[in-house]
Write a protein of this length. Structure first.
Length: 102
């Protein structure tokens, strides 16, 4: 996958709560491997997150907020991907910031 140098993951694993990177890789697995639409992939990702948060007995955000955040993460990636051929300092800084936020 462009920018991350990682393959999409079929599941969110680990003893900790998932990072943004894990959430994004799970979303991309749903979207690219299962060929789901963006809304269906967002829904599958939000259901997975709610299940993980439920196991940890954490209060969760509303479904609308979870889906909005996952979709925003994907849209940020799409915007960066659109400018992937740019080699300006600003474009590279945006990529580094996005990777660092994951």
């Amino acid at each position: 996958m462009w920018l991350l140098d990682k393959a999409p993951e079929p599941d969110i694993l680990g003893a900790r709560l998932p990072s943004r990177e894990q959430v994004f890789l799970f979303f991309m697995y749903q979207h690219h491997v299962f060929k789901k639409t963006v809304p269906d992939s967002v829904w599958a990702t939000s259901e997975k997150l709610k299940a993980i948060w439920g196991k940890a007995k954490l209060t969760t955000k509303t479904d609308v907020n979870i889906r909005k955040n996952v979709k925003n993460l994907f849209e940020e990636y799409q915007a960066l991907k659109k400018d992937r051929n740019r080699i300006t300092d600003r474009a590279e800084l945006k990529r580094k910031i996005w990777k660092g936020d994951l």
